[in-house]
Ligand binder design. Sequence first.
Ligand SMILES: Cc1cc2nc3c(=O)[nH]c(=O)nc-3n(C[C@H](O)[C@H](O)[C@H](O)COP(=O)(O)O)c2cc1C
Length: 175
Amino acid sequence: MKKIAVVYRSKSGFTEKYAKWLNDSIGGDLLKGKETNIEDLLSYDVIIYGGGLYAGGINGLKLIKRNYERLRDKKLIVFGVGATPVRPEIYEEVKNRNLTKEQQDRVAFFLLRGGYDNNKLTFVDKILMQCMKIYLKSKKELNADERGMLNAYTHPVDFTDKKHIEPIINEVKKM
Ligand SMILES: Cc1cc2nc3c(=O)[nH]c(=O)nc-3n(C[C@H](O)[C@H](O)[C@H](O)COP(=O)(O)O)c2cc1C
């Protein structure tokens, strides 16, 4: 039996929801990224790491990247959770931003759609998003994603769906 850890960092609960669904489906140990160190991970065969997307970066992924060499014999799965719709070009962009080419050969990468809830953000994130809002409002033309983002500032949106974790479960089953 493979020992599986599902580790996550989540600011407003979307990644946490996916991590819990995943863990319930595959029967691993659910670990909060903030409270986890590399030593905790060494006893696992499979490590699934999930984090929310913040300016294109996956929250807390440094836990895996900084210790990548020590995790060489592990099966690694990484998933990012963002507010924007998951399209092939966005998937590639986020993957290339977060993993080197060498890491991409070894790490199974997934991008899931989360949501947006301004009420659950920290003060700093609220300020950052306020700047983004001002920028978007100053634009002459907005695409559908940008219009959706502007709308989400006042109306929280949740695109999480249990079916989005199926490819990750299939990846685990393949092992
Ligand atoms: C400061 C900030 C930056 C963000 N940057 C991105 C981004 O680059 N791409 C994206 O798809 N979503 C972005 N989002 C939206 C979050 O990724 C989204 O709300 C996600 O579901 C958060 O997951 P979490 O609650 O598990 O942290 C951003 C949100 C904030 C507050």
